[in-house]
Design a protein around this ligand. Sequence first.
Ligand code: ADP
Ligand code: MG
Length: 696
Amino acid sequence: MSKVPEMFGSMVFNDKKMQERLPKSTYKALKRTVQNGEPLDLSVANVVANAMKDWAVEMGCTHYTHWFQPMTGVTAEKHDSFICPDGDQVIMEFSGKELIKGEPDASSFPSGGIRATFEARGYTTWDPTSPAFIRDATLYIPTAFCSYTGEVLDKKTPLLRSMERLSSEAVKVLQLLGKENVTRVTTTVGPEQEYFLIDKKMYDQRPDLIYTGRTLFGAKAPKGQELADHYFGSIKTRVAAYMKDLDEELWKLGVLAKTKHNEVAPSQHELAPIFSTSNIATDHNELCMEIMKKVAERHGLVCLLHEKPFAGVNGSGKHNNWSISTNTGENLLDPGKNPEDNLQFQLFLAAIVKAVDEYQDLLRITVASAGNDHRLGANEAPPAIISMYLGDDLGALVESIIEGKEYRSHDKAKMETGVDVLPDFRKDNSDRNRTSPFAFTGNKFEFRALGSSLNIACPNYMLNTMVAEELSQFYEAVKDAEDVEAALKALIKDTFTAHQRIIFNGDNYTDEWVEEAAKRGLCNYKSLPEAMAHYVDQKNIDLFVRNGIVSEAEIRARYEIELEHYAKQLNIEALTMLEMAKKNITPAVISFVRELAETVSLKKSVSASISTAAEESLLESLSEQLEAFVNKTSELESAVAEADKYSGDVLACATYFREKVFAKMEELRAVGDSMETETSANYWPYPSYGEMLFGV
Ligand code: ADP
Ligand code: MG
């Protein structure tokens, strides 16, 4: 294959190709749309569409698709060919109208009851800020998705709106501070993606992985992650080949894949890209997850993106590195050399602190999912309590502002390696605390509570909106002040003072923090239903409506969709467990028990003096457990059947699944896993944890 710089972006209709293929005036008009958000003319779209089509056809494409991100949690696409009849021949055509607007039937996408089926039509609209690309002989056009009546039905639209919103509020504030040249502000995101790779042959034998993405039964292997020998460990040949292939696929699509390494759990890995603008980072992360799965197939592997595929070892998350930068190239979250004199930085920091405190519930809600319920609060991921870590330097700065004392900067400590041939270097003062869900890491914040399969559009539009709201309040508060600087200083001091409780620099994994957080009045929502109940709190509805991100009806629809989805997922998990228990595990144990019983009587028939103690004790133990297992199976079955009672109320239904059905699933699993440890491997119907986790 060609060298990386040539390979990079070869499948993308990127800026370079646009410059080469578009007339100057068209290129300029498109640029104005992308950079300044100016509306796009149909005549411009016609020219762009034609150039895109010519390029795509040269690259072997026959089809195009509007690619969008509905509320299902996965991306969607409907393919149309470029063919157009011309006499008894066809020619390849693609109009501006087709580029700008698609009309997929939206009736089967979740809408949370927002649309009646007779209004089932939906629209996809081209997002010119994210470049089109080619996959599998198809031209992919990133789009936003809304209903016929205009309601937003996707994750992308609120993100784009929130970016606009944050930009206009930040620009106003910056102009107040004398930054006349700043006309636009963009949010940037670098999502670090964790995943598991297991052998496809094992996967194919596990209905739980196939139907639910996680193992519902499985006794722990003799070895887990206790030796910490997998994290950053040498990458196995087969995995290395996969990662190489993956990098190349991503580079061709213009994804800035940068870092790859083994993660903490056996078979767990991570890929981190170089950050980009939020909406492109979102599209690229969605693409990345899809390509990860596709490339795995070519290597006889399966890529698991579930948050908790295996009990007893770490699950997978996604760190959302987030910052704000100006069109003049300034990172607004860079404290600079003297943060104590940097009013602009302090102001943005104050806005973020206030936002995270006031909307901590929304940050928790946005990372809530059935999968992430297994991680948040367990000893591996950040807790379900949202707090912020600022590091020693910024922590001291905030304290000095609150107390009106002089700030003593910590000079970056020099790291003495003590070995002459190794260079000494400066220690990074931030990012010492890996347990915080929302940590300042030098020139950006890292939101660490995301689950691995989450679409990052949601946490990012929440973040952008929250911060836009605070900036707008700040602007209103000081815009008419006689002495703007003095007013800002007072505002910053008041804000830090009022929102100190959200800052926590200690270990987030301890029980003491849970108690302390409760004293501070911080939310601690342990599961999706608990968290989601607050989605529709008035203050949250007000936030989205006031900032024009989504309407009240759309929020309520999202609330319904999330809760319904959660209940459905748990229902599928429970049904899968029942099937595994009844069709495979129970019969397998019965067969093994029978062999034990036959052995006992056979031995006894040979001679009464031969010991049958071993078989008998195993026989007794397994028979007892089997009875419990069968009872627990029917208890789970009744619990699932009872869920029907709650069908009219999504919150009650999701809560029921979490509190009752899930509890029964855990009980059934405990007995199943215990039986696995005593049943002959020849009889056990499924590959073991050891085989799956150490089999690649
Ligand atoms: P780690 O968290 O593993 O220490 P790094 O600090 O190297 O990793 O960076 C993690 C991610 O943060 C990368 O994806 C990187 O591109 C991203 N990042 C760096 N600067 C910014 C920024 N200004 N805005 C958003 N993301 C950023
Ligand atoms: Mg990180």
